[in-house]
Write a protein that binds this ligand. Structure first.
Ligand code: ADP
Ligand code: 5GP
Length: 186
């Protein structure tokens, strides 16, 4: 079974953008679809971008022990369903998890064989510019995500593999190399 790869880092750093390019370069990669209580954004589809669910449904999964990891993030709940991971892993192809730092810490304990990669911004200013430029969050949400990002950036030292997303093409090249090495070892 190939090892799972966890991609983490602050919101707005470019994880989604990098993963889209990564999947074009590595079409076999399976992306674990997370559960969340946040509202879908324009263009997001149920079961494709997330398993969108109510607080009650999320809490029921917590009580039933259905999550490999879960966390509160900027006013909503996010988690990786065990069933989702099992289905993806059953394909025998490498599986990618895109989660925030608290979840990555839990995975470090529950799935120590998983390879973790922290995506860092070239600077704090660049991170703010990307969050604002993305235009998906209200000014309040941008501030909430930036204050969480401060704590997340402090956690960077916990991760053996850090990829700085400065020039997108360079970061994708580096990520392809890391994921290749992690998943070819099996
Ligand atoms: P995340 O998934 O980490 O929240 P996104 O992938 O949504 O981040 O990226 C946030 C914004 O930053 C998007 O508008 C994206 O186009 C932009 N972005 C991503 N990578 C880069 C980069 N290397 N240089 C400049 N802008 C980038
Ligand atoms: P967004 O609301 O921008 O889609 O995601 C917000 C944050 O939640 C991002 O940092 C993203 O990586 C994280 N996230 C998405 N899915 C999960 C998950 O299943 N578990 C955890 N812990 N974080 C997640």
């Amino acid at each position: 079974m190939p090892r799972a790869v966890v991609i983490t880092g602050p919101s707005g750093v470019g994880k989604g953008t990098l993963i889209r390019s990564l999947r074009e370069r590595m079409p076999d990669l399976q992306l674990s679809i997370s559960a969340t209580t946040r509202m879908p954004r324009a263009g997001e589809t149920q079961g494709v971008d997330y398993h969108f669910m109510s607080e009650e449904e999320f809490e029921r999964h917590v009580c039933d022990g259905d999550f490999v990891e879960y966390a509160d993030y900027a006013g909503a709940r996010y988690g990786t369903l065990r069933s989702e991971l099992q289905t993806r892993r059953a394909s025998g192809k490498p599986v990618l998890l895109e989660i925030e730092v608290q979840g990555a810490r839990q995975v470090r304990k529950t799935m120590p064989e998983a390879v973790q990669v922290f995506i860092a911004p070239p600077s704090r200013e660049a991170l703010r510019a990307r969050l604002v430029g993305r235009g998906l969050d209200t000014p309040e949400q941008v501030e909430a995500r930036l204050s969480t990002a401060e704590r997340e950036l402090d956690a960077q030292g916990e991760f053996a593999r850090v990829v700085v997303n400065d020039r997108l093409e360079d970061a994708v090249d580096e990520l392809v190399w890391v994921v290749d090495a992690a998943t070819a070892a099996e």
